[in-house]
Ligand binder design. Structure first.
Ligand SMILES: NC(=O)c1ccc[n+]([C@@H]2O[C@H](COP(=O)([O-])OP(=O)(O)OC[C@H]3O[C@@H](n4cnc5c(N)ncnc54)[C@H](O)[C@@H]3O)[C@@H](O)[C@H]2O)c1
Length: 450
């Protein structure tokens, strides 16, 4: 079966979720493009979009329609060529409608898992629970004579473990899209020990066709992305506890969050990022990583405590941010959660004093947006961090220690063989987390206080 034949019958499990819906969009568009080629006209391309929620599947179809329209509007010149033999399609509007229908025509929304049994390729994007993933993957297991190839979007669970438990015999590979899959360039590909080479080759080809930046990660719980993010988060939490001995917890959270954004020139502060991902998701990932990487202390009693108090983060259906470590107004942080008082302390009441304690930023300022657009980004960052080190303020000290720890985490991923090279770690942070610079850099000397 070649690439085009294999993509004739596809299933996405958890199709209406955050990741699943993006995967359906990308793969259905690729399938529609294949279907539109004259040599494939006799083939019938079908994508089974499987989800437990009928309501969410209706939302998925609306999302696909909107996104297919946007894509068609952008690609109208190329689509005119594609539909050149359809003389009845004259206006741009008609061509756009034809393309939307061709993409939607591929997708079969269903709540029946068995529909996936006839697929040759299955993308699994169900919630991060090994038990649930194994239950769903029985559809692809040893009893399925089609022997489908399975690509799991797991953020943390080792591929070989899933392959063995689901009895997939090397037909499983980690295809880790970043959120949202249709926008994020990065895909981490993870081969299990027994992943067949033809499965890996297909994954590489598909990722290229989807114009993704591919980084291969070794099959270690958390892979590269969460291997860095989880340890970075735990460091921030430990710094908050350290700072919290002299200040209140609320002040410490604000300060570490601000340092990790403004002083480290990152797109958002670490607690805002944890909120964005969801405290529940972070807890899930840590619970996968900790027992598989014993002795590294990959737990957070603070995250457990906040979740027990109902503080979750994550997004509402309309994409707006839910409150977590921080509360949000108009998408911007407005307060910090105080677990003792079980309420949010407004930033207004602490910000000025905390900023004064942190001290100023180096001059000229280098906000993240300016850094990523800077024509001489590396020099600008080197200048900014050089001055930061010279400031000898609390903010500068926290930032330099943080940058050094982030670097140490990155180097650890390389020395443990999770990443093949420093460049891979940096690519994951640059493209998957939109950092302006990779953690393995010369800006911060690796002096980390234990
Ligand atoms: N959200 C992220 O930022 C992100 C990033 C990368 C990878 N991931 C990984 O992607 C996977 C999916 O995460 P998500 O954030 O999209 O989750 P989600 O909760 O948004 O979506 C999961 C979907 O699965 C469906 N579902 C639940 N039980 C099901 C069942 N028994 N059968 C069929 N469908 C079922 C749900 O209805 C939901 O639509 C997880 O493994 C996660 O770790 C998530």
């Amino acid at each position: 079966m070649n690439y085009e034949e294999r993509l004739e019958n596809v299933a996405v499990l958890g199709a209406a979720g955050k990741m699943g819906s993006g995967i359906v969009l990308l793969v259905a568009a690729e399938m529609a493009d294949l279907a539109l080629r004259p040599e494939n006209r006799s083939r019938k391309y079908v994508l089974h979009a499987v989800d437990v929620s009928q309501r969410a599947l209706s939302g998925l179809m609306r999302y696909l329609r909107e996104q297919a329209r946007k894509s068609a509007e952008k690609r109208i010149v190329a689509l005119r060529k594609t539909y050149a033999d359809r003389s009845e399609l004259v206006s741009n509007g008609e061509i756009i409608e034809a393309y939307i229908n061709d993409v939607l025509d591929v997708v079969r929304p269903t709540t029946t898992l068995e529909a996936a049994a006839e697929a040759s390729v299955i993308f699994e994007a169900a919630p991060e629970s090994l038990d649930l993933k194994l239950k769903l993957l029985t559809v692809a297991g040893a009893d399925n004579p089609r022997e489908p190839w399975v690509f799991t979007n797991t953020s943390s669970i080792p591929i070989q473990e899933v392959d063995a438990k689901a009895k997939l015999g090397g037909r499983l590979m980690g295809f880790h899209f970043y959120n949202p899959p249709a926008v994020q360039k990065l895909v981490e590909l993870i081969r299990g020990q027994t992943t067949r080479s033809e499965v890996a080759e297909f994954a590489e080809t598909l990722a290229k066709k989807l114009r993704k930046t591919v980084v291969s990660s070794r099959d270690v719980a958390g892979f590269i992305g969460n291997g860095h993010f989880m340890r970075d988060s735990l460091y921030a939490i430990s710094e908050t506890a350290r700072l919290g001995r002299e200040r209140t917890f609320v002040e410490a959270v604000y300060m570490v969050n601000r340092v990790s954004q403004d002083f480290l020139v990152r797109p958002m502060g670490i607690f805002q990022l944890i909120d964005y991902v969801g405290l529940d998701v972070c807890q899930c990932i840590l619970r996968v990583m900790d027992p598989r990487l014993p002795g590294q202390g990959l737990q957070s009693p603070l995250i457990d405590r906040l979740l027990a108090l109902g503080v979750k983060g994550g997004q509402n259906h309309d994409g707006s941010q839910k409150d977590g470590f921080l509360s949000y107004k108009g998408g911007r942080p407005a307060g910090v959660y105080d677990p003792d008082r079980k309420s949010y302390t407004p930033l207004d009441s602490i910000q000025a004093a905390c900023d004064a304690a942190l001290g100023p930023l180096p001059e000229p300022a280098l906000p993240w947006k300016a850094a990523v657009r800077h024509p001489a980004k590396d020099d600008a960052l080197a200048g900014f961090f050089g001055k930061l080190e010279g400031l000898k303020t609390l903010g500068a000290d926290l930032a330099c220690r943080y940058g050094a720890r982030s670097r140490e985490i990155g180097l650890g991923l390389v020395s443990d063989g999770v990443a093949a090279a420093a460049e891979d770690v940096n690519t994951v942070l640059l493209t998957g987390f939109f950092h302006a610079y990779g953690p393995i850099n010369d800006y911060f000397k690796a002096k980390v206080e234990k």
